[in-house]
Design a protein around this ligand. Structure first.
Ligand code: HEM
Length: 147
């Protein structure tokens, strides 16, 4: 790929390059050939291989909260773009959990099932524990003292 002009790829094409010898990742509609970066990636090569196989690494990449220096490195791996990519941010504002997303949306492309089923639980569990702690505090402070 090196030296070639930037190309347009089908979304499904990226997941076909998810081995240690040939690894592409798709982030925000851009395609990066990270084969040579696998060993040097501070997050490890397995996460990149996983992100590559999932077809769209945008969410995984953003969840990590990469530094600006990481983001500026990306240009050197850029090989092209995804055909007809539409950034799904507009629908995210009204539908944060992506429940209304059509099956061909970004999160499902080349993917079996939703990308991270744990995200919602990860958010709900601490809230639940906090609520429980508050209820216990309320009971001990106000209710049990009345007897
Ligand atoms: C071209 C794409 C990528 C580049 C250039 C890149 C670069 C980097 C760099 C420089 C770091 C060090 C920390 C920082 O500066 O933010 C890092 C950490 C990390 N990256 Fe990436 N990364 C890429 C894609 C991905 C993808 C697709 C994932 C998928 C999950 C990922 C997961 C991680 C993780 C888990 C860490 C470790 C964070 C930590 O230990 O704090 N990266 N990456």
């Amino acid at each position: 790929m090196a030296g070639e002009a930037k190309q347009l790829f089908d979304a499904s094409e990226v997941a076909l390059h998810s081995s240690r010898k040939d690894c592409w990742v798709a982030i925000s509609g851009k395609v990066y050939d990270v084969t040579k970066f696998l060993e040097d990636h501070p997050g490890g090569e397995d996460v990149l291989l996983h992100a590559s196989a999932s077809g769209d690494a945008t969410e995984a990449f953003e969840e990590v909260g990469h530094s600006t220096s990481a983001i500026s490195m990306m240009d050197s791996f850029l090989i092209g773009s995804i055909k007809g990519y539409v950034r799904p941010s507009a629908s995210k504002a009204t539908d944060p959990w992506g429940l209304d997303a059509p099956p061909n949306s970004r999160s499902m492309q080349g993917n079996e099932g939703p990308p991270n089923p744990n995200t919602f639980l990860d958010f709900l569990l601490p809230l639940f524990v906090l609520g429980l702690a508050f209820a216990a505090w309320y009971y001990l402070t106000f209710v049990s003292k009345n007897y």
